[in-house]
Design a protein around this ligand. Structure first.
Ligand code: ZN
Length: 208
């Protein structure tokens, strides 16, 4: 599809939104106060607002390969920090089944994959290494599903341990962290962990 076709589609969409609600855009134009911060994979099949059936303005979003939460990643950490400035009450780490980044982490050897992708996927490989015995006992398809879940739980743990969230909890701010996984095959979200509302709750986090 050409860019001019996309612009035409955009025009149609604007008209359609405004015909249903004349204030559709003007009400979002000046500020945002999202309730949720979503961290997930860049996968084209996963659309957080659509999957959660929420309108614009509800979800502050960060996406990367595999939905990774790494303390050394300035992009995810700065988005997390700013989400808390905006006043989000829930941080949702969302993995998804059939995730290519997680499959790379499960199956790629040391020299496999495009180099920068392989660098990102190294985080998933570390999750695999931590759960080698469990994953080796599973058929490949089940191991792929499981590493998606383990990678998501690892992201939840890293989010909880991050400076912005630890600081928010120290200041007594109401903030819950959740781990969920999305299934592109049926559109359903499944809860994996949470709500984690403070350091004490982290004890209930499944091993990641
Ligand atoms: Zn993915």
């Amino acid at each position: 599809m050409s860019i001019s076709s996309l612009l035409e589609r955009n025009k149609d969409w604007c008209e359609s939104c405004e015909s249903k609600d004349p204030s559709y855009f003007s009400k979002w134009g000046t500020s945002q106060a999202p309730e949720y911060f979503y961290i997930g994979c860049a996968d084209s099949r996963v659309s957080p607002d659509l999957a959660m059936n929420l309108p614009p303005g509800s979800v502050f979003v960060h996406r990367n390969l595999g939905g990774l939460v790494n303390h050394k990643d300035l992009n995810v950490m700065s988005c997390l920090e700013y989400a808390l400035v905006l006043g989000v009450k829930h941080v949702i780490v969302c993995g998804h089944y059939n995730c290519g980044a997680c499959k790379g982490g499960l199956l790629w050897g040391p020299s496999d994959g495009p180099p920068l992708t392989a660098l990102a996927v190294a985080d998933v490989k570390a999750v695999k290494a931590a759960h080698q015995a469990e994953l080796e006992g599973l058929p490949t398809d089940q191991a792929w599903d499981r590493i998606v879940e383990l990678n998501t739980l690892n992201g939840v743990k890293n989010a909880c341990m991050s400076f912005p969230i630890q600081n928010a909890w120290k200041e007594g701010k109401p903030l819950a962290v959740h781990g969920v996984v999305y299934n592109p095959a049926d559109g359903k979200l499944k809860e994996l962990a949470g709500p984690i509302t403070g350091p004490e709750d982290m004890k209930s986090l499944p091993s990641a």
